[in-house]
Design a protein around this ligand. Structure first.
Ligand SMILES: Nc1nc2c(c(=O)[nH]1)N[C@H]1C(S)=C(S)[C@@H](COP(=O)(O)OP(=O)(O)OC[C@H]3O[C@@H](n4cnc5c(N)ncnc54)[C@H](O)[C@@H]3O)O[C@H]1N2
Ligand code: MOO
Length: 402
């Protein structure tokens, strides 16, 4: 049996980071930036007011105080977006709004709250030092500075700064397109009636959702019966839109294992036993002229999900140009744990804080590979190493938050 680490290493050595392409900003959310982005102008591009109020020469309001206001004539009104402006001469004020350009001559903004709000003349009851409530040109970013580096995942704030420096498009690593196929003669679509021996297909929903949670595009291609030829036809039809394929079921030792039967003879997909629990039977390789990576995951619902977290998600991250590491935290066990010898096990658990603030992890009831309800109640996987079979309460463990 090969180790979890060997299997992951082979996967990461096989999958390639997707080629960058130019995308409109509206389509780049969730992609990874593939270029350094500079601002072509300084930001803000001009000195502007940080407050609604009056642009003045600070010298003119130096003596303003609640008991003895300074009154100045208001010679102009500037709103955000205004272009041609009057200069503020000595003894004058200009009414100004937040974001409006500072008129020449003025060196301070008096907030409207410190005045009587006058439109033709304004009585000012507090002094404002030079520079007060002015946002200087280039204060956010100087001209030519890099605002985002290649490799940065694009979220809402990153999209914002791309637009803020005037970009309409960006060079990005796209979201991988991942097709999910379930196999199994017993599977029927949720929403339809169950016949004898049938169950509702849940894996294709779980895995497609997990793909989307991992930042890729998931396409649920539905259920394929236990027939290798039909499976190959379906796979062929889906390959045109796939950067990766995930299948579930049909990889173990049974008499009807369509995925293994169909892919085994191609010679580009290997089926192996990985020393882990759950998720021991695993297939991985490439298919089609474009050598699309395919993950043939075991059919048991918990096994396919755990396999996704351990193998598929890091691969999708590599394809997106992101570090493939699996994030883990340290916690102590709330109860004693058992684990099979020679296998790394991933126990479904809930993570919480103990009285001292440290993380505590409690396994959920129902650790069978078919026990999907227990998985749904968990928010973490406790990693128990291959050489450990018993852990006492209070032992320090590595945990993968879900
Ligand atoms: N003789 C042996 N039998 C099994 C072994 C073994 O080593 N020797 N390994 C066991 C382990 S471990 C696993 S995991 C499973 C993997 O089996 P397959 O990948 O071939 O999956 P299936 O047989 O198709 O299904 C297993 C189980 O999961 C249910 N299933 C399948 N697909 C779905 C789906 N889309 N939604 C919900 N549930 C699904 C299926 O009905 C079966 O109950 O093999 C063990 N056997
Ligand atoms: O490895 Mo299977 O995934 O134990 O149930």
């Amino acid at each position: 049996m090969r180790s979890v680490d060997e299997h992951l290493a082979e996967i990461l050595a096989t999958v390639r980071t997707l080629a960058p392409l130019e995308l409109e900003l509206e389509r780049s959310l969730g992609t990874t930036l593939a270029e350094d982005v500079m601002t072509p102008v300084e930001l803000p591009p001009f000195d502007n007011s940080a407050m609604d109020g009056y642009a003045v020469r600070s010298e003119d309001v130096r003596r303003a105080a609640p008991g003895s206001p300074v009154t100045l004539p208001v010679v102009d009104d500037v709103a955000a977006g205004d272009g041609a402006l009057y200069a503020v001469g000595p003894g004058h004020a200009v009414r100004i709004m937040t974001g409006a350009p500072m008129p020449a001559g003025a060196d301070a903004v008096v907030p409207v709250e410190w005045t009587d709000g006058g439109k033709t003349a304004v009585a000012i009851t507090r002094s404002a030092p030079a520079g007060h409530a002015i946002r200087r040109a280039g204060e956010d970013v100087p001209k030519g500075e890099v605002v985002l580096r290649a490799g940065m995942p694009i979220g809402a704030a990153q999209l914002g700064i791309l637009a803020g420096v005037g970009r309409r498009r960006a060079l990005v690593r796209p979201r991988p397109r991942v097709v999910v196929l379930s196999t199994g003669a017993e599977l029927v679509e949720p929403g339809s009636m169950l016949g004898a021996g049938q169950i509702w297909d849940s894996n294709s929903f779980t895995l497609t959702a997990a793909v989307r949670e991992a930042g890729a595009e998931g396409f649920r291609a539905g259920v394929v019966p236990d027939d290798a030829a039909v499976f190959l036809d379906q796979l062929d039809a889906q390959l045109v839109r796939a950067d990766a394929v995930i299948t579930s079921g049909g990889v173990s030792m049974g008499a009807y294992e369509p995925v293994k039967e169909a892919l085994g003879p191609l010679g580009t997909v290997r089926f192996q036993r990985v020393a882990m629990q759950p998720g021991m039977p695993q297939g991985f390789g490439v298919v089609g002229d474009d050598e699309v990576p395919i993950f043939a995951l075991p059919g048991n619902p918990v096994s396919s999900f755990v396999s996704f977290i351990l193998f598929v998600r890091p691969a999708l991250r590599k394809m997106q140009g992101l570090p493939p590491e699996i994030a883990t935290v340290r916690a102590t066990t709330a109860t004693a744990l058992r684990s099979p010898p020679g296998k790394r096990s991933y126990l479904r658990a809930t993570l919480s804080r103990g009285p001292d603030g440290a993380s505590v992890v409690s396994p959920v009831r129902g650790q069978g590979s078919h026990q999907l309800a227990a998985l749904a109640a968990a928010d973490a996987l406790v990693v128990v190493p291959e050489d450990v079979t018993d852990l006492p309460e209070g032992a320090a463990v590595e945990v993968i938050p879900l």
